[in-house]
Design a protein around this ligand. Structure first.
Ligand code: IVH
Length: 672
């Protein structure tokens, strides 16, 4: 009986936590108006996760903890849409919009039409199914009739409510449609990260969004900065609205993200003005919009107008003029990046696209060239989207002549001549020579970049000369350059040479964290480098650490640990470190390392809020002192730190007899 009471109490707390988290997610992600500090939110989340870990029978699919999936599916199950997801007819001018209205007037003589306009987002169309206010299924558009089930992946998108609020939550069934997209800035960031990890990048935000939603491993989707705008109610039981505009309002109340640029227009002339306004705003948006969707507002008129097999008769997409142009591929060259990735680049007859002269376009990788079937001498459509580098959109096959030449990925690196290889199952071909000059140049630039060794004045022109003249063959060579050698470089005056010399010398004392990042080890980003430096304090200790131990560090994980071990296992890398050491480069991180790690071997669990520091600060402190922070309490837990309003971990600690610290005792432990 007592046990049942306990479960009931936990159930109530879990429900309350979920309600709170859903509410704060909505404030944070949809409204952009958080009400509580992040640490407070984390506390709610951790408490919920701990309770669910202890009572797995209380986990439900709509719990916020279920957003971060990790299930590996073989393929995606087909889903038949409740109502077919049709395409849209297109209009390219105000005139064509007026014709669209005239067609409708012929079908419904004597009626007047009111409209809603919305940006047409260039992303991936999806359908979300809710039963009694709970998200039960998410699917891609697929061919319009049958899509793919991607529920777990879509659940990772924070702007998709797992449970609805307001009136719509009581509907027996509700299916909504929307467009998943990736913002332009987020897209640029993602591509940089992929590039740093030596992975293939995406050609544009739409491909990035589609590729992320169609991931087999939803923990990867969870790390992708996806977002969604909901634009339509496609099915509801019972059906509660009279107009499209009303449905958008209700969708907002239910917790969905609806595009704030949607407008209600009383007639076609107002629609045309709204289209022009959006077109003028196009560049300022953080997402790619390729037009405006114009929809008849009263749903009753929509029903009577009906649809063709291809598109509804009550809606049309006004397409913005494409930022495209036609030009000729003069040659395809291969560039070599920092990680040795060979990227084919099309050199084009210069052409103006939306006010910018374009003479090169990235072709990404071998598969992309084959897929688009781009050949040297072809006429192609090039396209610019937002800030993104120009793309070859398609080949104009009709203009292809007999003398076009196929592109062949070289078997050797075009810069150093070493073998190039493309591992099975990967899209990227790489130069296998670690000291390839092209790679070396990119790596030197990274080494000297602001967040790495921060060597001012070490720019592209200097690096090119240093490598081409054979003055620098690895990072360590930088430290042996003297002012005279530098002053002999082209375009480097005596004063700049002296500045560069001092910048290089000054960079020796940056410390282990920056050095680790600067070395450009795959997956070892800025944050991981900092954590490793804090933990080991010195290069020697890090070199001796085993992979499992590294992988166990909070914030590191197996991928980074493996990559680091592989890097260390290569003799030339160890030699490089020795050469750097001899050149006087600091191999330690000040104030870190095991000598000052009184919490080494200890595991701490936090429950409840602390008064004088946030949860993040407390965790960081424990880690820095060599301890580990976990969520569940077990017999192996050294201490449970109990703050204000502790959760169930407190009871658990008492039950298991784990030592309990209050805030004052914790502060004493960490020397505060
Ligand atoms: S309404 C039956 N509204 O464009 C109504 N679609 O070319 C059809 N899209 O598959 C959809 N933004 O993926 C609608 N505000 C918006 C949209 C939008 C983007 C996409 C959607 C659709 C495609 C049709």
């Amino acid at each position: 009986m007592a046990e049942q009471d306990e479960v009931q109490r936990v159930r109530e707390r879990i429900e309350e936590l979920r309600r709170l988290i859903h509410y704060h997610d909505y404030r944070y992600y949809v409204l952009n108006q958080p009400e509580i500090p992040d640490a407070e939110y984390d506390r709610l989340f951790q408490e919920l996760r701990a309770l669910e870990e202890k009572y797995p029978q209380l986990v439900t699919p709509d719990s916020p903890t279920q957003r971060i999936g990790g299930i590996v599916a073989d393929g995606f199950a087909p889903v038949e849409h409740k109502v077919a997801m049709l395409s849209l007819d297109n209009a390219y001018s105000a005139e064509e919009l007026r014709e669209f209205e005239q067609r409708m007037q012929r079908l419904l003589p004597g009626e007047v039409f009111e409209y809603v306009t919305e940006p047409k987002i260039d992303g991936l169309g999806v359908a979300l199914l809710y039963e009694k206010g709970v998200l039960v299924r998410g699917a891609t558009r697929g061919d319009g009739r049958v899509g793919e089930e991607v529920t777990n992946n879509l659940k990772t998108i924070r702007t998709i409510p797992l449970v609805l609020r307001g009136g719509l939550k009581d509907l027996k069934v509700l299916e909504v449609r929307g467009e998943v997209y990736m913002g332009r800035k987020a897209f640029e960031r993602l591509n940089h990260q992929l590039e740093d990890a030596g992975e293939p990048t995406f050609a544009n935000p739409r491909n990035a969004a589609a590729g992320s939603v169609r991931q087999k491993d939803s923990s990867i989707t969870a790390r992708r900065p996806l977002d969604i705008f909901i634009y339509q109610v496609s099915y509801a039981e019972p059906f509660p609205f009279k107009t499209h505009w009303e449905s958008l309002e209700q969708l907002k109340t239910a917790g969905f993200k609806v595009n704030p640029l949607a407008r209600l227009c009383r007639d076609m002339e107002a629609v045309i003005r709204a289209c022009q306004e959006l077109e003028a705003k196009r560049e300022t948006l953080d997402y790619d919009a390729d037009g405006v969707v114009v929809k008849v507002n009263p749903l009753d008129q929509q029903r009577r107008l009906g649809a063709t097999t291809h598109h509804p008769r009550w809606a049309i997409a006004y397409k913005f003029p494409a930022r495209q142009a036609v030009t000729k591929v003069l040659r395809i060259e291969v560039q070599v990046g920092k990680t040795g990735a060979l990227t084919p680049v099309a050199h084009l007859q210069p052409v103006e696209v939306g006010g910018v002269t374009v003479s090169r376009a990235s072709l990404h990788n071998e598969d992309e060239v084959l897929r688009k079937d781009v050949r040297i001498g072809d006429w192609v459509v090039v396209e610019r989207a937002g800030d993104v580098i120009p793309q070859v959109a398609q080949v104009i096959l009709k203009r292809r002549t007999a003398d076009v030449k196929k592109f062949v990925m070289p078997k050797t690196c075009p810069v150093c001549g070493a073998a190039a290889s493309r591992p099975e199952g990967e899209a990227v071909t790489r130069c296998t020579n670690a000291s390839c000059p092209a790679q070396l140049k990119e790596r030197l630039l990274h080494f000297g970049s602001r967040k790495a060794m921060d060597i001012e004045h070490l720019g592209e022109a200097v690096v090119d000369q240093l490598v081409d003249k054979g003055l620098v063959r690895d990072f360590a060579d930088l430290y042996h350059l003297d002012v005279k050698t530098l002053a002999d470089l082209e375009r480097l005056a005596e004063k700049s040479a002296a500045n560069l010399y001092h910048a290089i010398q000054g960079s020796r004392a940056r410390g282990l964290g920056r050095l680790l990042y600067a070395l450009g080890i795959r997956y070892v980003g800025e944050k991981a480098a900092r954590v490793l430096a804090q933990r080991y304090g010195s290069m020697d200790r890090l070199l001796k650490a085993d992979e499992e131990e590294i992988a166990g560090i909070y914030g590191i994980g197996p991928t980074i640990a493996r990559s680091l071990r592989q890097w260390i296992a290569q003799k030339e890398n160890v030699k490089l470190i020795e050469r750097l050491r001899k050149a006087g480069v600091t191999m330690e991180e000040e104030g870190a390392g095991p000598e000052e790690q009184p919490l080494r071997g200890m595991t701490l669990v936090f429950t409840g809020g602390l008064e004088s520091l946030t949860r993040d600060e407390a965790q960081e402190l424990v880690m820095r002192l060599g301890g580990k922070v976990t969520s569940p309490v077990s017999k192996k837990t050294t201490y449970v730190v109990v703050g204000r309003d502790p959760g169930s971990k407190y009871d658990e600690a008492r039950r298991l007899g784990v030592k309990i610290l209050d805030e004052a005792a914790f502060k004493k432990l960490v020397g505060l």
